[in-house]
Ligand binder design. Structure first.
Ligand SMILES: [Zn+2]
Length: 182
């Protein structure tokens, strides 16, 4: 049989960044943008708050961009602090690179197995879809999805009963499939 699982965000991820005020290393998105227009140039920042002391930091989204080059629809979303825009920008590789930050997805996602159980005595092909680029360990995902222990999953890999084109013991953040044989 074939089944589909999904890795879905449950909330916004945290931002890994060192706080200059308290040395904490996690910020949470405030959901607010700061837009600064100067003559014909515009700067946009995403505001994040230290999870320990609440200090604000700015993540640069746009730097000295001409106003006319920005779609009016985007400006509108920025001015209204559009929450889906926050999620999109946090995950944008260009924003992460520019600000030298990475995301912390711990406790910010769940596995949706569509209620499928571990079918006894049947080979099952599972395709896993990622709703966002959330780095997870497939072995942990498989253990959760089938209600197995990590040791049991390791044993299935060793016995050749759990196979995939990807490395199941590494980390992944994109769609993959695997097969559990009996
Ligand atoms: Zn702090």
């Amino acid at each position: 049989m074939r089944t589909h699982w999904a890795v879905v965000p449950t909330c916004l991820p945290l931002v890994r960044r060192r706080c200059h005020a308290c040395a904490s290393e996690r910020f949470r998105p405030s959901g607010k943008f700061r837009v600064n227009a100067n003559h014909k140039l515009i700067d946009v920042w995403l505001l994040v708050l230290c999870t320990r002391c609440g200090d604000t930091a700015k993540l640069a989204v746009l730097e000295r961009v001409t106003v006319r080059s920005i779609r009016p629809e985007l400006l509108d979303r920025l001015h209204h602090n559009d929450p889906t825009l926050t999620a999109d920008l946090l995950q944008a590789p260009v924003v992460q690179r520019r600000n030298r930050v990475a995301l912390d997805w711990d406790d910010a996602w769940r596995l949706d197995t569509g209620g499928s159980e571990h079918p006894d005595g049947e080979t099952v092909d599972v395709s896993v879809r990622f709703a966002a680029r959330i780095p997870v360990r497939p072995v942990r995902l498989i253990a959760d999805g089938f209600g197995l222990s990590r040791a049991e999953v390791d044993r299935l890999i060793m016995e050749g009963k759990l196979v995939s084109a990807v490395r199941l013991r590494g980390r992944l953040s994109g769609d993959f499939t695997f097969t559990l044989k009996h």
